[in-house]
Design a protein around this ligand. Structure first.
Ligand code: MN
Length: 304
């Protein structure tokens, strides 16, 4: 029995300027694809050389209803949050911040920043966890092994007999595949998962399809295997998950299963509600939350 080669939906990422020269490529959400499993946001940051500059500085801002998941490839980010966490996020580590009912944080490049390369992801929390207490965890020891000429690092979920320690709340996969030489790798998939592929460096071929950086490949559920031909010096991020199965609402840094929850979170942040805590040193650099479009006061129609 042969399985015909699965085909990817190839979706261009969106270049987004986060200010101060920080260009990112947003792979999720896009008009074509909102989520892969519970993964609901994916920014590819850099690689960008901050030498001679001040790097990136993001003032205090809140989150709700999600986990932020940072995969640091090169460089460092100084993370401070309202739980009192204060650390430099290092290459090869995953940092997982669970917002739940509410958290706030700042992100800053250290002095004399160099090259920065990272993937910033969000994971939507399921209904049972969306309002949970906030938490922060740093994972410095992730399963890493050699297979079929590539180095695999398991960021989330389970693969090939390995399990990642990252605490997530829905069935998910996060796997990084790195190869110096051009090579071929056969991956085992879960037919109940949908998948997304993003080249962070290099590129890949899948049968007659080619996936280059700045393109996100989506694969619908139903496949058991995936054979990738990696170009030399490739670094590929493979995400997977059971389709989330719920409508998800996202506005600014808030995620929720309904709009009124977001409307309330925006008002609470503007009112400095204690649910978001205080980032030490963050009071002077508080980012204002924009009012969601559905909560704007109605303007009377112009007479014609
Ligand atoms: Mn954030």
């Amino acid at each position: 029995m042969t399985e015909s080669s699965p085909r990817l939906d190839i979706i261009p990422t969106r270049g987004t300027d986060l200010g101060e020269g920080l260009q990112v490529h947003r792979a999720l959400p896009t008009r074509q694809r909102r989520m892969v499993g519970a993964w609901c946001f994916l920014d590819h940051i850099g690689p960008i050389d901050f030498r001679g500059g001040s790097g990136m500085h993001v003032g205090a801002h809140p989150h709700t209803g999600l986990q932020t998941f940072t995969w640091m490839i090169a460089g460092q980010i100084h993370h401070r949050d309202s739980l009192g966490t204060d650390l430099l996020i290092q290459p090869g580590e995953v940092n997982l911040m669970t917002a739940g009912h509410g958290i706030s944080h700042t992100e800053d490049s250290p002095a004399n920043p160099g090259l920065v390369h990272a993937a910033q992801l969000w994971i939507a929390l399921p209904p049972s966890q969306t309002d949970c207490a906030p938490a922060f965890a740093n994972y410095a020891n992730l399963p890493r092994w050699e297979e079929q000429g590539s180095t695999l690092t398991l960021l989330a979920g389970a693969y090939g007999g390995h399990s990642a320690p990252t605490e997530v709340h829905t069935p998910l996969l996060g796997l990084e595949i790195v190869s110096q030489a051009a090579t071929r790798i056969q991956l085992t998939l879960r037919p109940d998962f949908e998948y997304g592929l993003l080249p962070l460096e290099g590129g890949l071929h899948l049968a007659d399809q080619q996936l280059l950086p700045q393109n996100f490949g989506y694969l619908a559920p139903g496949s058991q295997t995936l054979e990738l031909e990696l170009e030399a010096n490739s670094r590929i991020l493979l995400l997977g998950g059971e389709p989330f199965g719920r409508e998800l609402h996202m506005w600014w840094n808030f995620v929720a299963l309904d709009r009124p929850t977001i409307t309330q979170a925006q008002r609470d942040w503007q009112a400095e509600h204690p649910r978001f805590g205080q980032v030490p040193g963050g009071a002077q650099r508080r980012l204002p939350a924009p009012v969601p479009p559905w909560a704007l006061p109605l303007t009377p129609p112009n007479p014609v």
